[in-house]
Write a protein of this length. Sequence first.
Lengths: 113, 112
Amino acid sequence: NAGVTQTPKFRILKIGQSMTLQCTQDMNHNYMYWYRQDPGMGLKLIYYSVGAGITDKGEVPNGYNVSRSTTEDFPLRLELAAPSQTSVYFCASSYSTQNYGYTFGSGTRLTVV
Amino acid sequence: GQQVMQIPQYQHVQEGEDFTTYCNSSTTLSNIQWYKQRPGGHPVFLIQLVKSGEVKKQKRLTFQFGEAKKNSSLHITATQTTDVGTYFCARPYRGTASKLTFGTGTRLQVTL
């Protein structure tokens, strides 16, 4: 099993550009999440999904969109990138509502200039 | 509210010394989880605590959940350089166990 795979690992965007951060998992987890981590800080929940076709906002959803067309994939879309979106983005998945623990991807380091 | 405070923010120890980080909530928690993030890496799940007063051990790591289920601690005995990283506690987000709010983290530095 590859676990949770994120692409790309690094990206530099110009202000106003758009991009999609990819996340895929091969563990058949229903629950998937997107977090952002600013330097020296904790993780903030952006969006989450409890299954294919179901998504909901987290703590900091503004400027982002998600979709969940399959169990495996949970892409995060940034429209009109802003410097405040410079961060490391982590995708994670978990098994059930009992939450046995998240499995995180290795992250995408995004810089908006 | 959703705030999860962790103390200290940073600790520097000599190898072989003990280390403890504390996680405090203003509200009762249904459960709490702990994660470790190595420098430049991603968070890795360590453990989940559910019961009041629960104590769990993983080799040199001891995790405790307070009797009132409002605080938790992680204690490392005889630190090693491999323990370097940031330790986060995480609580259910808005009371839902499937989503987590992460604490501010404690960064541990270990030197020889």
